[in-house]
Design a protein around this ligand. Structure first.
Ligand code: ZN
Length: 232
């Protein structure tokens, strides 16, 4: 997929918490997989469930959910940095950058999906900054595009600063893969809530329908193009 690029390319999804990778880009990831791309996932922090219970068992439950969700989509098993949840701002940004850089060097992605800078969640903003730094367009770099995804219960909860608004300018039709995204989210039952919470199955489907209707298809995931380079 992706505008004439042939299959078989490396794609990276870099998310702050387990479940963000599915909420933000799950159905698009499934399209990449179906197109023959190799989709790698990096998750920086331990996740909300661990924050609630604070136990190692909760962390491993979430990692198991992430692996199960990846299996449903057909992406590679996620890699986990295990950084402290909702406290990425307590770390030196350089340490986060270096960890992301090591991942990027290893999987050599052409396309990188990550968070929107304006999200309410502090970890999301730090993840986005670390990704931008790790993927700066130096000679010999592999990254051709960075796309920001939206994460229900964080992107739409940001304060009203217009500079933080999520204004999508790239839409990926996911009519054929939305059901797989929903199945992947079932692995994260502990993180999902009942409608009308935004992190509910009904709200996820509603957002996909809205994003689809904005571009004349049944279902879509929407992104903001952070950078795109068409190199010879
Ligand atoms: Zn998150």
């Amino acid at each position: 997929m992706n505008g004439g690029m042939s299959g078989g390319m490396s794609v990276a999804i870099i998310a702050a918490h387990p479940d963000d990778e599915i909420l933000g880009v799950g159905a698009t990831a499934a399209r990449h997989v179906d197109g023959g791309d190799d989709v790698h996932v990096l998750i920086l922090a331990t996740g909300a469930l661990s924050r609630t219970t604070g136990t190692a068992a909760a962390v491993s439950d979430l990692e198991r959910a992430a692996r199960q969700a990846a299996e449903v989509l057909g992406t590679r098993p996620p890699r986990f940095l295990g950084l402290p949840d909702n406290r990425l701002d307590s770390l030196d940004l350089l340490d986060v950058v270096q960890a992301v850089e090591a991942f990027v060097a290893d999987v050599a992605p052409r396309i990188v999906y990550t968070h929107h800078h304006g999200d309410l969640n502090v970890d999301h903003g730090i993840t986005q900054r670390a990704v931008l730094t790790a993927c700066r367009p130096l000679p010999g770099g592999t990254v051709r595009a960075i796309h920001a995804f939206e994460t229900l219960s964080s992107t739409e909860w940001a304060a009203g600063d217009p500079g933080d608004a999520f204004r999508p300018n790239r839409y990926v039709e996911v009519t054929a893969t939305l059901d797989r995204k929903m199945r992947a989210l079932e692995a994260y039952a502990s993180e999902m809530r009942d409608f009308p919470h935004p992190r509910s199955a009904q709200a996820v489907r509603a957002l996909a329908a809205l994003r689809g209707a904005q571009v004349g298809v049944e279902a879509a995931e929407a992104f903001m193009v952070t950078r795109e380079v068409d190199r010879l």
